[in-house]
Design a protein around this ligand. Structure first.
Ligand code: SAM
Length: 220
């Protein structure tokens, strides 16, 4: 990785994402609990929070919780009475996430649902869960096409859908890639391309987590 990317991320975080004791503790707790170091960065978390605020979101769905670092960033951008449902496969990750959410005092705002996201989403449909204002897709990438289908199901016109890790070190442009994550994300792009119900784009990013990027779309 280019060391300048890391230095610039540090510079941005220092200037624009002021030290926050709870969020710093969440990262420490995640590493202590041996969670993989795949949380969004602080400047990406702030970016998600700003999207929540720009949208004025009250209802958020997150697919892929890990230790709830991104969840807490987003929760702090919610307007009064806002709620987040976040889905996590690993019971261990979900336990760590719940402790972090309690640490942040957000137990009334964030609901962690543990289990396979596709099963959780089907269950949510049965329960008649209402559409969301913003949906963040950040779980197992081979399932991105399925998550996009569900995200559209739980959307209404104006819903913002964000997907993380859609560049994958540039591998996304390699149609011969044998990586199922790359192929999952490529199918995700194929579905978005010319989809009548969503207008989307993607941005490449570099930083302390390497070379990757976000997809952002708005449901028509
Ligand atoms: N959004 C988190 C953040 O930035 O702090 C990072 C999420 S991490 C990239 C992906 C998470 O998705 C992992 O915790 C993983 O256990 C979870 N995951 C993987 N497969 C899943 C599935 N089928 N259903 C639900 N969660 C899944």
């Amino acid at each position: 990785m280019n060391p300048v990317w890391e230095q610039v991320d540090e510079y941005i975080v220092d200037r624009l994402c002021p030290n926050d004791r709870v969020l710093d503790e969440v990262i420490v707790a995640n590493r202590k609990a041996d969670l993989p170091e795949i949380d969004v960065t602080a400047n990406q978390g702030k970016f998600l929070q700003l999207l929540v605020q720009i949208k004025g979101a009250k209802r958020i769905l997150e697919i892929g919780t890990l230790g709830a670092y991104s969840t807490i960033w987003m929760a702090r951008g919610l307007s009064e009475g806002g709620r987040i449902i976040t889905l996590e496969l690993s019971p261990h990750h979900a336990e760590v996430a719940k402790k972090n959410i309690a640490r942040a005092g957000l137990e009334q705002t964030i609901e962690v649902r543990t289990g396979d996201a596709l099963e959780q989403l089907a269950q949510m449909e049965k329960e008649g869960v209402e559409p969301f204002d913003l949906i963040f897709i950040d779980a197992d990438k081979p399932n991105n096409p399925n998550y996009l289908r569900w995200a559209l199901h739980f959307s209404r016109p104006g819903t913002v859908i964000v997907g993380d890790n859609v560049i994958r070190n540039g591998e996304i442009a390699d149609r011969h890639s044998t990586d199922p994550r790359v192929q999952g994300v490529r199918t995700f792009y194929d579905m978005l391309s010319g989809h009548p119900n969503i207008s989307a784009t993607a941005l490449q990013t570099v930083g302390s987590k390497g070379y990757d990027g976000f997809m952002i779309g708005i449901v028509k």
